[in-house]
Design a protein around this ligand. Structure first.
Ligand SMILES: *[C@@H]1O[C@H](CO)[C@@H](O)[C@H](O)[C@H]1NC(C)=O
Ligand SMILES: *[C@@H]1O[C@H](CO)[C@@H](O)[C@H](O)[C@H]1NC(C)=O
Ligand SMILES: *[C@@H]1O[C@H](CO)[C@@H](O)[C@H](O)[C@H]1NC(C)=O
Ligand SMILES: *[C@@H]1O[C@H](CO)[C@@H](O)[C@H](O)[C@H]1NC(C)=O
Ligand SMILES: *[C@@H]1O[C@H](CO)[C@@H](O)[C@H](O)[C@H]1NC(C)=O
Ligand SMILES: *[C@@H]1O[C@H](CO)[C@@H](O)[C@H](O)[C@H]1NC(C)=O
Ligand SMILES: *[C@@H]1O[C@H](CO)[C@@H](O)[C@H](O)[C@H]1NC(C)=O
Ligand SMILES: *[C@@H]1O[C@H](CO)[C@@H](O)[C@H](O)[C@H]1NC(C)=O
Ligand SMILES: *[C@@H]1O[C@H](CO)[C@@H](O)[C@H](O)[C@H]1NC(C)=O
Ligand SMILES: *[C@@H]1O[C@H](CO)[C@@H](O)[C@H](O)[C@H]1NC(C)=O
Ligand SMILES: CC(=O)N[C@H]1CO[C@H](CO)[C@@H](O)[C@@H]1O
Length: 498
């Protein structure tokens, strides 16, 4: 009796202890198309410093159930802290909508006998009417995320069906994609691709694709082909004998399917324009044409805005400029709005890679603008980056500064030359005068006895003479003799300087 009570209470006690230790999360790869298979993954984790750490513990028991009718359940003892569960929702049994999946994680003291719940979680998931995925637009191998496409190159539309749904429709006997631009039917492709040229800029279009996966078993393929055809003749023949495509189907199962869908693509386009006249489901808000339960449909839509890329970039102006002058360039180009530009000034030579960008761009109403800039230095590469939604142009302009060999001004030449001439004339006249009157000078010097006075002055150095002059000026007294050190009466000295 006591033992049974303990066995009964023990789980409650243990559960109390570990109640907050474990948590579980469910991840799903929903939504899935009806008929598809969904995978749920439950992961038990523990919280450590606010982080979710997958639990190291083992011996968890996962108990799964969904709320579908009929219900799916699963109970499993996992080796580690994760468990995954894949469930197929048959298209005929389970209607589209939102469902709930629930998982309860337990630990067992005595395997399968005494188990207690440690944590649980639930998750919603969607089963959709149509295939999930998206339409990719590619131009020049670049994926386009916006609605803007260039009118200068071909657009490849490609349907990317979600992996889970792709697995499902891969079981279909045929998968065809019908393509529409502005509700005009453009034909079928069997590889999910469609190319189209949007040539007129500033137009808007709506592209729609209808993927149709047919699970109807192929009719018995009793081949009537008499001569065993080589692969090349098989692919070319159906296009010429349009209605009799099935006769070329190979007897072997899966390869026959691919050859058939691949080969008849062009043929079917003509035939289906008539037979699918205005009766496509989903397309162009089409009246909900009765869909076939043996078929799985996908409807994909993209809006397209056509733009002309930047072209005819014309840079005019002088790129060979005098040092100190302003660089002045005029830039013109063509292309759809919105056009914006920026300019980089790079010292020296530069090779354009094409992926140059700017942090900030200047918007333009018209692609016609001026670049004015003072550039110090000798050589620059001016990078003009112009872009709109569908293109980018990087236009390099090499700018060279030249140093001026300065032409001196007229006055700067004339004045010194004139003065030089005057000097020369004076000297020449002076010499001539001297020669002419040399004898008279000699006599005069003797007569007036200049020699002594000059001789007296020659005893003084320049400094001495300067000092004498200054002393004279300050004292205004009699000139002291050259050998005497002058006396500086302080008062007078300072007084005279004020
Ligand atoms: C858990 O066990 C399964 C097989 O039982 C294994 O595939 C999976 O990789 C394991 N996960 C971890 C995290 O060890
Ligand atoms: C696109 O990519 C394919 C394969 O990667 C290559 O063969 C093709 O030349 C590329 N086309 C362009 C326009 O770059
Ligand atoms: C794209 O549009 C521009 C501007 O209308 C036009 O000059 C150019 O020829 C177009 N390109 C193509 C490939 O049609
Ligand atoms: C055509 O579609 C297939 C499958 O979606 C893809 O792998 C391939 O790259 C596409 N071709 C082009 C030219 O985009
Ligand atoms: C699109 O234009 C290119 C040339 O620019 C041409 O080769 C190609 O056939 C055109 N495609 C279609 C679908 O018109
Ligand atoms: C198909 O469309 C054409 C013109 O759009 C119309 O004349 C014709 O009656 C339609 N055929 C059917 C079967 O609806
Ligand atoms: C379909 O209907 C929606 C709204 O109901 C509308 O916005 C859209 O433009 C329509 N598309 C077409 C192709 O008529
Ligand atoms: C470039 O612009 C100048 C002046 O705006 C013009 O005279 C010249 O014809 C243009 N050149 C080209 C190739 O468009
Ligand atoms: C630019 O490329 C040329 C030839 O590829 C090379 O000789 C030159 O050094 C490069 N200049 C710079 C600045 O990278
Ligand atoms: C630009 O492209 C060159 C190679 O073409 C690469 O080395 C460089 O890192 C790229 N720069 C940027 C900013 O992407
Ligand atoms: C166009 C063509 O060749 N049509 C033929 C398709 O096959 C049937 C019989 O299987 C012939 O009666 C058609 O003439």
């Amino acid at each position: 009796m006591l033992a049974r009570t303990i066995i009964f209470l023990l789980p409650l006690l243990v559960a109390q202890v570990s109640a907050d230790k474990y948590h579980v999360r469910i991840s799903t790869d929903d939504p899935i198309v009806k008929g598809g298979t969904i995978r749920f993954v439950a992961t038990v984790y523990e919280l450590s410093d606010g982080k979710q750490i997958v639990s190291d513990d083992t011996d968890f028991m996962f108990v799964w159930e969904d709320n579908a009718i009929p219900q799916h359940t699963r109970q499993v003892e996992a080796e580690n802290a994760t468990d995954s569960w894949s469930v197929t929702y048959d298209a005929d049994t389970y209607p589209v909508g939102t469902y709930i999946v629930n998982v309860v994680v337990k630990r067992c003291i005595i395997v399968h006998v005494v188990c207690y719940e440690v944590t649980s979680a639930r998750s919603y998931f969607d089963i959709t009417e149509t295939l999930n995925g998206k339409m990719l637009l590619l131009q020049n191998n670049n994926s386009i995320d916006t609605e803007f496409v260039s009118n200068a190159s071909t657009v490849t539309h490609s349907i990317q069906v979600k992996e889970t749904d792709k697995e499902y429709i891969d079981k279909a006997t045929t998968i065809l994609t019908y393509w529409f631009v502005d509700c005009t039917y453009y034909g079928i492709s069997s590889d999910f691709n469609f190319t189209f040229n949007y040539t007129v800029p500033e137009e808007e279009h709506e592209v729609e694709a209808l993927v149709m996966a047919d699970f109807t078993p192929l009719p018995p393929t009793t081949t009537t082909t008499t001569t065993p055809p080589s692969t090349t003749t098989t692919t070319s023949k159906p296009t010429t004998h349009a209605p009799n495509v099935t006769t070329t189907v190979r007897p072997t199962g899966s390869t026959a399917t691919t050859i058939r869908t691949g080969a008849v693509t062009k043929t079917l386009i003509k035939r289906d324009v008539a037979s699918y006249n205005s009766s496509f489901p989903f397309v162009c808000n089409g009246t909900q044409v009765a869909t076939d339960s043996k078929k799985s449909y996908g409807h994909f839509y993209r809006k397209i805005h056509v733009k002309a890329p930047i072209s005819k970039v014309n840079v005019t102006g002088n790129n060979w400029i005098q040092h100190g002058d302003l660089l002045s360039l005029n830039v013109q180009c063509q292309g759809s709005r919105n056009i914006e530009y920026c300019v980089h000034y790079i010292y020296g030579a530069y090779n354009v890679t094409g992926n140059e960008t700017c942090y900030a761009y200047i918007s333009l109403d018209m692609c016609d603008f001026l670049i004015k800039r003072y550039l110090p230095g000798a050589k620059y590469t001016v990078l003009i980056i112009i872009r709109n939604e569908v293109s980018k142009v990087v236009q390099p302009v090499t700018v060279t500064m030249y140093e001026v060999t300065k032409q001196p001004q007229l006055s700067v030449i004339v004045v010194p030359v004139a003065f030089s001439l005057v000097a020369v004339v004076l000297i020449v006249f002076g010499i001539a005068y001297y020669i002419q009157n040399r004898s008279r000078f000699v006599i005069e010097v003797a007569d007036f006895n200049f020699g002594q006075q000059y001789a007296d002055m020659e005893y003084k150095t320049f400094r001495e003479r300067l000092r004498d002059s200054i002393t004279n000026a300050i004292t205004r007294g009699p000139t002291p003799s050259s050998s005497e050190v002058p006396v500086w009466p302080p008062g007078r000295k300072y007084g005279s300087m004020t």
